[in-house]
Every structure is written in structure tokens, then in C-alpha cells.
Design a protein around this ligand. Structure first.
Ligand SMILES: Cc1cc2nc3c(=O)[nH]c(=O)nc-3n(C[C@H](O)[C@H](O)[C@H](O)COP(=O)(O)OP(=O)(O)OC[C@H]3O[C@@H](n4cnc5c(N)ncnc54)[C@H](O)[C@@H]3O)c2cc1C
Length: 444
């Protein structure tokens, strides 16, 4: 059930408990930082890099091991594209692409492998229609192709039904998730950040002595931060609910999802690679299906459904959900047979799957805002990336740090982007932003 109430309170009681449980020497020695980032997935790691790079004394804290596989930012591939039915994400993706390239040049290795992006679906699909409008609005170089032109453009490798169209754009490709998170963490360390893993943050209170916040871990460590950025992925609602004494409940539903890898048939292996001009792709309609060129595992191509089943992030099935999985694989088999013909082995099903978490909001838009209440502008929360946040991580890290350090005024330069992403959109309106097209994620 989605709920949002904003009644954070200053919790003097908790400060007293903390203060009385620590000697004054302990309190002097308590780690003091300009910015504390909670959660070291791609968003938190990018934010820690941006904070440290701009000279902030930064602490990044992760509950599990760094680069673990229990959240949303691990694995071998994420797509990047500027094509969105929501205008605000187009601009963000274009800006983010530049920042990916900047970060790559600073670290000295690649995490972004460019290809074309192909979006396709029924010509009257409302999301696809809006996506094309946005290409025009944002001067995104694009070609609109019918089924024959698409087939020709990709040398016979992609087949579309009669009434479908395709949009080809140049900003597309594959981001390497685990490698990207490692990159941001390495860059954060390079700029002086302190990184701590296996440390779950369980509480946060206002620090009435120094200003800012005190965050405390399950094992009893306390850190003081002038500002705090919360990027706790699928756990963010739980954490925010705890620190606000139940006052703020973010409308974020964790979903467990699986990506599937399919074997390319003998003789066609090279056809599906970036080198041979195969694109990252999204297929609009029911269900929304997406994938990446053959890249991370030789002779395998990733094709998956954008969706999942509701879950508790700490109690997952890890993909063993016979009924739901059978249905999804059924959709994918039909789709692969139709789009890739005899080149990919759909008959025997996928040869590999990988489990992951989505954090869904009711409108599939991100949440980026101050926590407010007693924390005022000292705490910025980001979550609900709804299965499409990875590509934006460099820009989101930058926005979060600007908001945390500079407050509302600094955030004004991003107003066009983040005005749609604020928490207030759920006040008295559980669905959030209104859209002229259908939801893309379906529950299994
Ligand atoms: C299968 C799959 C495919 C996807 N494909 C794409 C794609 O093609 N393109 C795209 O742009 N996006 C894609 N996404 C979405 C993208 O990966 C996510 O939006 C992004 O990774 C979210 O990152 P995050 O940092 O918010 O969350 P996470 O990576 O989950 O990071 C949150 C971190 O916070 C930590 N944490 C939580 N609570 C605490 C606490 N109390 N104390 C300390 N640490 C804590 C967690 O352990 C976790 O490490 C996909 C996602 C999935 C699952």
C-alpha cells in the first residue's frame, strides 16, 4: 500500500540516549564528515565520488560487502538511451552520457560501450508516439523506420510485424554495472573519501550540538555529518521510516526480477555484437521487453521483460518462482522467435538467468528530494529508480551532492529535471505524476 506522510520530528530523546551512552572523549573522536552517503550502489557511489571531488570530507557506508549482488547495481550490463516518453529523462540521459565519458577518462578504463539504440513497437503505441515527439523536441538525431526499412537497416537481423515501427538513435549501448560502481568507489577514494562496508545504518537523528545529523550503525558506531545523502535502493523506505519514527513512508515497492540470457545459434554469433552494429533495444507493448547486444558472455544475448514480482529485499526467492518465470519465459520465447527468427535458440529457453531488484514508484518516476521535517535540508533522499536509473547515475550523484551541500537554491538549476521527482507529488495522490501513456512495468 502506498503511503506518504511528512511529519518528521526532531528526536531530542534519541540524542540524549546516544550522548549518554558515549563518553565525551568518544564523542570528540566520532567520525565527522561534511557529507555522509548511506548505501553504496551506483547512486551512492556516484554521489560519494561527486562529493569527494568537490572537496567535501565524505563517508560512504554500505550494509553488505562492496560490489555485492543483493541490490540493483550489480551484474554485467545496463542499457543507456536518451529515448524516453517522459521529456525530462531525455535531457537527463544526454547530460549523463557526458558525465559517464568524463568519469571514464578520469579512471582510465571503459565502462560504457556505445551502440545504436533501437526502440520499436506498434505504430500507435502511446509511449512510442511520445518518445518520437521527445526526439524532435530535444533535437535527438533519429530515424523512423517501417518494418522493411528496419530489416534492411539491420541487415535482416530484426523482423517486425506489419503495423510496427522502429526508432533508431545514436545514444545507446551497454554500461557495465559492477565495473561502474567499482569505478565510482575508486574515484571517490582517489579524491579522499572514506568507504566502509558491512555496516548497516539503523538510525539517524539531528545533531543539536554541531548541526547536521548523527547516523548510527547496528554495531554501535556513530558518525556526524553536516549533510547526509540516503541512497539505500530497495531498503530506502524501511530506513526512512525508521529514521523519521514512522513519519515518512516512501511509496516504493521492491520487485524481484530476472534477466535472461539466450544462446545465439551457430553461424550467427557475431551478428548480435556491438562490433557488427547490433543495437541496445526496447520493445514497447505488452509486455515491455528490452535487451543488449551480445557482449558480456560469448554467444549469449540478454533479452528480458521489464517487470517483476513484489518482494521483501531480504527475503527473496532468487528467481525460483515457477509460475511467474514460466509465464515470462513464454512471452520471451514468442518475442525472440518473432523478432530474431531462427538466429537465436528460443526453443530450449534461456541458458542463464540473474536475479535483481527494482524499486518501483507508482508512476515509475524517481524520488529525489529533501527528507524535510526535523531534518530540513540536511538530508537528501534518492530512490524509486523503477528499473531505469542506472544510466542516470553520474548526473544523479551530482544533483544529490549539489542539493545536500547547497540546499534548495543550488537545486534550482536542476528544477526542470527534478520538479517531477519530488515527494510532494504523492500528497493526496497515490499515483503521482499523470502520464498520457501506459505504465511500462507489469507485475508478473
Ligand atoms: C535486472 C535489472 C535491469 C536493469 N536495467 C537497467 C537498464 O538497462 N538501464 C538503466 O538505466 N537502469 C536499469 N536498471 C535499474 C538500475 O540498475 C537501478 O535503477 C540502479 O542500479 C539503482 O541503484 P541504487 O544505488 O539506487 O540501488 P542499489 O544498487 O540497490 O544500492 C543501494 C545500496 O544501499 C545499501 N543499503 C541499503 N540500506 C542500507 C543501510 N541501512 N545501511 C547501509 N547500506 C544500506 C544496499 O545494500 C545497496 O548496496 C535495471 C535494474 C535491474 C534490477
Amino acid at each position: 500500500m502506498w503511503r506518504y506522510r511528512d511529519r518528521n520530528r526532531k528526536r531530542k530523546r534519541s540524542i540524549c540516549v546516544l550522548s549518554s551512552s558515549k563518553s565525551s572523549k568518544d564523542m570528540e573522536n566520532l567520525g565527522q564528515f561534511d557529507v555522509i552517503v548511506i548505501g553504496a550502489g551506483v547512486m551512492g557511489s556516484s554521489a560519494a565520488y561527486q562529493a569527494a571531488k568537490t572537496g567535501q570530507k565524505t563517508l560512504l557506508i554500505e550494509q553488505f560487502d562492496f560490489l555485492h549482488y543483493r541490490g540493483s547495481s550489480h551484474g554485467e550490463s545496463r542499457t543507456i538511451r536518451a529515448t524516453y516518453p517522459e521529456s525530462y529523462y531525455c535531457r537527463m540521459a544526454i547530460e549523463s552520457e557526458k558525465l559517464w565519458i568524463d568519469a571514464e577518462s578520469e579512471i582510465g578504463y571503459k565502462v560504457y560501450f556505445k551502440s545504436q539504440q533501437l526502440d520499436f513497437g506498434p505504430a500507435n503505441n502511446s509511449s512510442l508516439v511520445e518518445l518520437i515527439n521527445n526526439c524532435k523536441k530535444h533535437s535527438i538525431n533519429h530515424q523512423i523506420l517501417d518494418r522493411h526499412q528496419t530489416n534492411k537497416h539491420f541487415s535482416g537481423r530484426i523482423e517486425l510485424p506489419d503495423d510496427w515501427i522502429a526508432v533508431v538513435t545514436e545514444l545507446g549501448g551497454v554500461l557495465k554495472p559492477t565495473k561502474s560502481v567499482a569505478m565510482f568507489q575508486t574515484l571517490a577514494i582517489k579524491h579522499g573519501a572514506v568507504l566502509k562496508d558491512r555496516m548497516e545504518i539503523v538510525d539517524m537523528i539531528t545533531d543539536e550540538d554541531r548541526g547536521g545529523v548523527l547516523v548510527s550503525s547496528r554495531s554501535g558506531e556513530v558518525f556526524s555529518g553536516k549533510k547526509c545523502v540516503v541512497t539505500a535502493g530497495a531498503w530506502v523506505s524501511k530506513l526512512v521510516q525508521n529514521v523519521s519514527n514512522g513519519g515518512t513512508i516512501l511509496p516504493i515497492q521492491p520487485l524481484e526480477t530476472s534477466v535472461f540470457y539466450w544462446k545465439i545459434k551457430k553461424g550467427y554469433e557475431l551478428d548480435f555484437t556491438i562490433g557488427a552494429g547490433f543495437p541496445s533495444f526496447a520493445s514497447y507493448g505488452e509486455p515491455y521487453i528490452y535487451g543488449t547486444p551480445a557482449f558480456e558472455f560469448p554467444d549469449l544475448i540478454k533479452v528480458a521483460v521489464h517487470g517483476g514480482r513484489e518482494c521483501e529485499p531480504d527475503k527473496r526467492t532468487w528467481g525460483v518462482d515457477k509460475e511467474g518465470t514460466t509465464m515470462v519465459i513464454g512471452h520471451l520465447k514468442e518475442w525472440i522467435k518473432g523478432r530474431f527468427g531462427d538466429r537465436v535458440n528460443w526453443e530450449d529457453g534461456p541458458v542463464m538467468s540473474q536475479s535483481c531488484l527494482y524499486s518501483m514508484t507508482p508512476d515509475e518516476d524517481y524520488i529525489i528530494d529533501f527528507l524535510g521535517g526535523g531534518f530540513g535540508e540536511d538530508v537528501v533522499v534518492a530512490g524509486g529508480f523503477s528499473g531505469h536509473g542506472f544510466k542516470m547515475a553520474p548526473l544523479i550523484g551530482k544533483i544529490l551532492v549539489d542539493l545536500a551541500v547547497g540546499g534548495k537554491m543550488a537545486g534550482e538549476k536542476y528544477d526542470e529535471e527534478i520538479k517531477h521527482l519530488k515527494l510532494g507529488r504523492f500528497e493526496g495522490n497515490h499515483k503521482g505524476n499523470k502520464k498520457s501513456f501506459d505504465d511500462q512495468v507489469r507485475l508478473k
